[in-house]
Design a protein around this ligand. Structure first.
Ligand code: ADP
Length: 161
């Protein structure tokens, strides 16, 4: 089975890493799809996100990270993926995901949901960005490679001691 795990990953955090590990253990190959969002100015470029996710997935051996435009279902089919992987942190995620899962299923693509690990349930890219812009410690939120990229941003915003 080849699956697509799509998202913004701006930036990738430990909740994403956990999901990638768990999904990769269930499938033959996992494509991590970095979606372009025209409406939002990203913190990290798509190339940076792809490079970070590629490095994070390297030790697993069955991960490819690729950026894509347009409909996720079209990208999944172009990649030969037969299922989508999405994470659920809480009931709000389920509400937000249900409609798109129905549409994707109507277009021939089933979604498999993995429940977020309790240790990572509070994590979101938005929270990571807020913590970085407050200049607070990020090491409990993101893997070391992402920390290295975000460190200059966090340092710029660090409150004087
Ligand atoms: P999107 O903008 O598509 O929701 P995100 O990068 O925020 O992209 O999330 C990508 C996927 O990862 C989504 O399925 C989301 O539910 C899941 N996810 C986000 N945070 C976590 C977390 N802390 N634990 C598990 N899954 C998560």
């Amino acid at each position: 089975m080849k699956a697509l795990y799509p998202g913004s990953f701006d930036p990738p955090h430990l909740g994403h890493v956990d999901l990638i590990r768990r999904a990769a253990a269930q499938v033959d190959h996992l494509v991590v799809g970095v979606a372009f969002n025209q409406d939002k100015q990203p913190l990290l470029s798509a190339d940076q996100r792809v490079a970070l996710l590629t490095a994070l997935g390297r030790e697993l051996g069955n991960i490819t990270a690729i950026a894509y435009h347009g409909a996720t279902v079209a990208f999944a089919k172009a990649q030969g993926c037969t299922v989508l992987i999405r994470g659920l942190r809480n009931a709000a995620d389920l509400d937000a995901e249900s409609g798109m899962a129905q549409i994707n299923r109507a277009n021939g693509l089933e979604t498999l949901f993995l429940v977020a690990d309790a240790a990572h349930q509070h994590l979101s890219s938005r929270l990571v960005k807020q913590v970085a812009s407050a200049g607070l410690a990020l090491d409990a939120l993101v893997p070391p490679a992402v920390l290295a990229v975000l460190a200059p941003i966090a340092a710029r915003n660090r409150p004087e001691a």
